[in-house]
Design a protein around this ligand. Structure first.
Ligand SMILES: [Zn+2]
Length: 410
């Protein structure tokens, strides 16, 4: 009986499309930033849908929502699934929303069949995953996991100086449950892949085994401002030429460790930024990522050695500030096995995969047995209004979610 249950793919698709109408973007996507009126409206719709099928709602003091479908044994910790409803300013219709509404679809399916589980099942919404309005990203799942202090999180401000705590209260989602105290027995997050691998391999399901580690740095190279016309080429201390050399090496170190290593310089400021002065100072960011902690440490060491070499060669001084070090995470083996067995049982083409992006699951896994399900998205494109996914793939991910939650609920 259990193995024969399937989600309603059409209802799942219709719910995703209905949610996308709230805070619509200008090019077919969504613009529903965390804790805005649109976010409140999206949350209200989710809560109303959950109440229609008899779920009770608990909200914690980071605004995380736990919609609970009671089981036979209310003493057991719930088997949960969920993601986020907030989007980027030019966000897509699926990033985060899919995981929340797939969890809802699982609860709706069980409701349709009057199927009772032993432990309760829950659909979860995590607050401010995107980090677009309030940095850092994944802050509420981070508080839940004990990685951030609540006071720190409440005090984060948007570009108008409004705090996350004030905005939570304003939209009516400052709950009374202390964040982190609502117990979860397991968490599965379904999500679009946001990368090209599943599509290229023609697989419908990614069994996510973990998330890669990341290290973020601010780099300063200091040379000397000098006249662009009267300073000979020999002896110049051009900080921008040194930066260009170093950026090439940062890119090369990831190429040498392909396909799992990635490196990015995404931000730069050049001083004095004048066309007829040799640049005396350059500041830029470096982002290194790898799923293996040892390899990531090697990337760190090579980046530092390259910086020294480049600085000596170009006669500049250098400084590196490491501003974030997030170790790789490994998901729970029983949760991974539940997802993998469900995909096999359902006959979907699947593969194991490591998440390139950060997700709420990568925070919550510190304190709750966790794994993720990826489904393909067109061209691997995400954080873009054109983000799109096939209804059949979303339905397949919903069925894998349903069956893996039922397996974990045994
Ligand atoms: Zn997301």
């Amino acid at each position: 009986m259990t193995g024969a249950l399937r989600v309603n793919g059409e209802r799942l698709w219709d719910s995703i499309m209905a949610m996308a109408q709230i805070g619509p973007g200008q090019h077919g996507g969504s613009s529903r930033l965390a804790l805005t009126d649109a976010d409140r409206e999206g949350r209200d719709l989710f809560v109303a849908w959950c109440r229609e099928i008899g779920c009770s709602i608990r909200i914690d003091d980071m605004g995380n929502i736990f919609a609970r479908r009671e089981g036979r044994d209310p003493a057991r910790a719930p088997v949960a699934a969920g993601s986020h409803l907030d989007t980027q300013p030019h966000g897509g219709r699926f990033d985060g929303i899919y995981g929340v509404l797939a969890a809802l679809e699982v609860l709706r399916t069980l409701y349709d069949h009057q199927f009772q589980t032993e432990p309760p099942l829950e659909a979860v919404v995590w607050t401010n995953e995107e980090g677009s309005r309030f940095a850092p990203a994944m802050i509420a799942s981070g508080v839940y996991a004990g990685l951030f202090d609540k006071e720190y999180a409440w005090a984060r401000t948007d570009s108008d100086g409004k705090t996350l705590g004030e905005e939570l209260r304003r939209i009516g989602y400052l709950g009374d449950v202390p964040c982190g105290e609502h117990p979860l027995g397991a968490l599965i997050e379904a999500h679009i892949e946001q990368g090209p691998i599943l599509e290229a391999e023609q697989n419908q399901i990614g069994v996510v085994i973990g998330g890669q580690g990341q290290r973020w740095y601010d780099v300063v190279l200091c040379g000397q401002d000098s006249h662009a016309g009267s300073t000979p080429m020999i002896g110049r201390r051009d900080a921008l030429v040194a930066a260009a050399d170093l950026i090439g090496r940062v890119q090369a170190l990831a190429h040498d460790l392909a396909p799992h290593a990635v490196s990015t310089v995404g931000e730069m400021s050049v001083l004095p930024n004048s066309r007829n002065t040799i640049p005396g100072e350059v500041r830029f960011s470096v982002d290194l990522r790898n799923p293996d902690a040892g390899v990531l440490a090697d990337m760190d060491a090579r980046f530092r050695a390259d910086t020294r070499t480049v600085a000596e060669h170009h006669g500049v001084e250098w400084q590196i500030d490491e501003i974030w070090d997030k170790p790789p995470v490994q998901f729970d083996s029983a949760c991974i096995a539940a997802v993998e067995s469900a995909a096999s049982m359902l006959g979907y083409r699947h593969q194991q995969i490591v998440s390139g992006a950060g997700h709420d699951a990568c925070q919550v896994c510190e304190v709750v047995p966790t794994s993720m399900i990826f489904v393909p998205c067109a061209g691997g494109l995400s954080h873009n209004e054109a983000e799109s996914a096939e209804p059949a793939d979303l339905e397949a991910g919903g069925n894998v979610l349903l069956q893996s939650m039922l397996a974990l609920a045994k």
